[in-house]
Design a protein around this ligand. Sequence first.
Ligand code: CA
Length: 610
Amino acid sequence: MKKTILLLLLSISSFAQIDKMEPPFWYAGMHNPELQIMFYGKNIAQYQASVSNDVVIKNVVKTENPNYIFVTIDTKNIPPSDFVFSFKNKNKVAFTKKYTLKNRRLNSAQRKSFDASDMMYLIMPDRFANGNPNNDSNASLNEKANRSLPGGRHGGDIQGIINHLDYLQELGVTALWSTPLCEDNDKGYSYHTYGQSDVYRIDPRYGTNEEYLKLSSEMKKRGMKLIKDYVTNHWGAEHWMFKDLPTYDWFHQFPGYAQSNYRMTTQFDTNASAIDTKYCMDGWFVTSMPDLNQSNPLVLNYITQNAIWWIEYADLDGFRVDTYSYNDKVAIAKWTKAITDEYPNFNIVGEVWMHDQAQMSYWQKDSPISAIQSYNSNLPSVMDFTLHDAFGNVFNEDNASWNDGMIKVYDNFTNDFLYANPNNLLTFVENHDTGRFNHIYKNDFKKYQMAMTLLATVRGIPQIYYGSEIGMAGDKGKGDADIRQDFPGGWEDDANNAFTKSGRTVEQSKFYDFTAKLFQWRKNKSVVHFGKMTHYIPENNVYVYFRHNDTETVMVVINNSAEVKSIKTSRFQENIKTFISGKDVLSGKSVDIKNQISLEGKSVLILELN
Ligand code: CA
C-alpha cells in the first residue's frame, strides 16, 4: 500500500516538467530591468517558484490554464550569470531550471540602424537561393519541399543568402529585409512564413538560429545591415500556444474566427461605428492566422521581449513590422516605445498600406496628424504607399494633363509637410505583395530606368524587390506565387545563373549593370541621402528636382513624354546658381547647363553640378 502511494507521488511530480521557458535566456544591463519569464509545462501552476542568487521575484502570474506560469524578476544589478529557478510543492523542491543572463555586445544599446543612406533589398528566403539542399524538408514540420508547386516550399534558405552576399554588395545593397524566418508549420503555403508557429526558432527549413546569427555577422563584416520582419498582429494557427491557450483572450475571440474588414481608417475615423472598429483590429487576417490580443499585458510583454531578444541575440539593425496598422493602436505604441527605449537609434518601418498621406503620416512617430487625436505610435518609419501608387501607372502616361503624368509624382512630395520625418519614409516601386514593375511595364527598360532613378534620388530610404534588378517579372493577377518566383541561379540545376556576370543573359545584364551603377553611385552621396529636396512643377511631362546641401548639388531630370524635350535652365536658377555644367552620373559625360538641356523621350539625366 505504502509503495503504491509513493509511486503515485513520484508520478505526480514527474508530470511537472518544463517543456518551454521563454525567453530562453536574457541579457544583463538592459534599460528595462524587469523580465517576465514564461514557464510552460503540465500543471506547472500548482508549484511555487523561487530563485537563487538573491534574484528578486517581483510577481508571479497564473492564468486559467494551469500549464503556464509567468514569473517576473528584477535583473537590475545582476551581473551576467546563471541562476536557478526552483519549483516547490508543499515546500519540497519538485524540479529546477537554470536561467542565464548573458553579456551584451559592446555598445549594443546604441547600435546604429538603417536610414536614408541605405539601399534596402527585399527577399523571400524560400525563393532566393538554396544553399543547403539537405534542409529543404524537415521530419517535424508539415509541409515538405516541392519545387513544382508554385505556392509550395522551394528550398531557399539562410545559407543561400550568405552565399550571395557578394552579389548583393556589387548591386549596391546595404541593408537586407528578409520576409519572416521563424518557424511556420502551416500545412500549405507556409513559404511566406507570416503564420509563425514558434517565434523563438528559425524555421529548420531555412536553417538554425545559429545560422541566422552567422548571416548577421557575415553582413556586419561587409558593413551591411540585417532587418528582421516582425509580425506583432498575428501568429499561425499551428502555433503551439494557440493549441493550448495561456488565456482565453490571448487571441481575439468572436469566439474563434471572424474576418477583419481591413478598413484601417476605423483607427482614427471620428465617425466610425464601434463594431466596424472592432472588426478591423480584432478580426483575423485569414482563418490560418489567429489575431493576437496585444491589449492583454501578457501578450504585449511576450512579443516585446521576443522582439528585443532577437535584436540582442542576432545583433539586428532594424525591424520591418507587418500589418502595423491592424494592431491595437495603444498597445502597439507601447511595443514600439519599449524597443526604442532599449535602442534609441533603432529604426522600425511599419507596413501601413494606405493611399492617403495624412492617413500614413498618422502612424509615424511625432506625427502632426496623430497629434490632433493626442496619439503617438512611436513608429520611426512608414512606407510611402502613395508614391508606390504613382509608380504603378505614371510611366504609361506619355501625355501629361492636369492630373496625369509626372504631376502625380510631384504631388506625392507636395504633401511631405504632413509627415514628421519624410526622409525616414521607405520608398519602393514594388514589394512581395504588389504587382511586379517589370510585369506592369512589360520589361520596358526605359521605364525601369526612370523608376529606379526616382527611387535612388528622391528623399527617403529606397527599397528594391529581389529579381527586378535582372528584369524579373511576375503577374500578381495569377496569384502571389507568380510575383515570388525563384531567383534564377539559386538552385544547382538552374540553367540560367543570374547571380554571376558570366551567367547573366544580355537582357539581365542590361538591368543589373544599370541598377548597380546607380546604387553604387548613391552609396556615398550624402547629398542624396540627407540633402534638401527642391522640385519644380512638371512641364510637358518633364520633372526636374534637385538634392542639395552646403557643398553639393545634384540635378535630376526625368522626361516621361515619348518625345525629345528641351528645357530652358533659367527657370531653375535658384538651385543652379553659378554652376555652368554637370557631370552625367550614368554616362560620365559633361553636360552644359548654361541655357538648355535636351533629353530623349522616356529618359533620365542625373547631373552632379560643378
Ligand atoms: Ca534548403
